[in-house]
Structure formats: C-alpha cells, structure tokens
Design a protein around this ligand. Structure first.
Ligand SMILES: [Zn+2]
Length: 131
C-alpha cells in the first residue's frame, strides 16, 4: 500500500503526490543497501525544487484542499448543471457525467450545492475544500 503525502495528506501514488507534487525518493526500502550519505527526500513542488518546504509552500495546508470552498460553491450554483464545480476540484469523471446529464437531471446539482455549503464536499483526493 502507498502512504500518505507528508506535505498535504493526499494519497501517494508510486511515491509521488499528484496533489502538491511531493516526490518520495525510492531509497526508503529496507532491502536497499544503504550508502554512507543520508538520503534526504527530495521535494518537488510544481516542477520547482524547494529547499525549505516550510517557507516555499504558502498554498499547501496539510489535509486541506487547495481548492476554495467559496469558488466551488459559486461555480456549483451558477454552472453546476454543467458540472463545472466538479472539474474545478479535479473530479473530471463525474464532471463529464454532470455535463452530459445536466447535473444528473438537477438532482446531483442540488445535492452538491448543499454538500459544498455545509462543508462536506471533497476534492479529487478526498480532502475538504479550504475556506
Ligand atoms: Zn502532497
């Protein structure tokens, strides 16, 4: 099983976080012979190598989506029938479904407005939207 990203809490896929770009070096295995030099996990955010992740990631909050709840709510209210709010949070698959079905005939549209408003709507990684 893959672990969770130490930067943002999203699930890691092959040691790489698809959410914030965190990349875990594949030297953590206990079966791998250790070299004398300590191996530091390399952290790559948006294709930029960040020396100090504490100072270099102002937009990353651990366990919280980078997507704004307010933006998602407005998109859902005005464009929810087209699934635009689901594209916004990265849920492309259900976004296309909403686009083709008119927000699942308006039902999913209404449900999503409620879910976003009460704060239980999640992004593609299952993280709650930030305020
Ligand atoms: Zn991450």
């Amino acid at each position: 099983m893959e672990g969770k990203c130490p930067m943002c809490g999203a699930p890691l896929e092959n040691g790489t976080c698809g959410y914030c770009g965190y990349h875990e070096q594949a030297t953590a295995s206990s079966n791998t012979p250790q070299t004398n030099q300590p191996v530091q996990p390399q952290i790559i955010i948006n294709n930029q190598t960040v020396q100090n992740p504490q100072a270099g990631t102002p937009n990353i909050i651990p366990g919280v989506s980078r997507k704004s709840k307010m933006v998602a709510l407005l998109l859902c209210i005005f464009l929810g029938g087209l699934g635009i709010h689901r594209f916004y949070v990265g849920k492309v698959g259900t976004g296309i479904l909403y686009l083709l079905t008119g927000g699942i005939f308006g039902i999913g549209w209404i449900v999503d407005i409620i879910l976003i408003a009460i704060g239980t709507f999640k992004d593609q990684f299952g993280l709650p939207l930030r305020r």
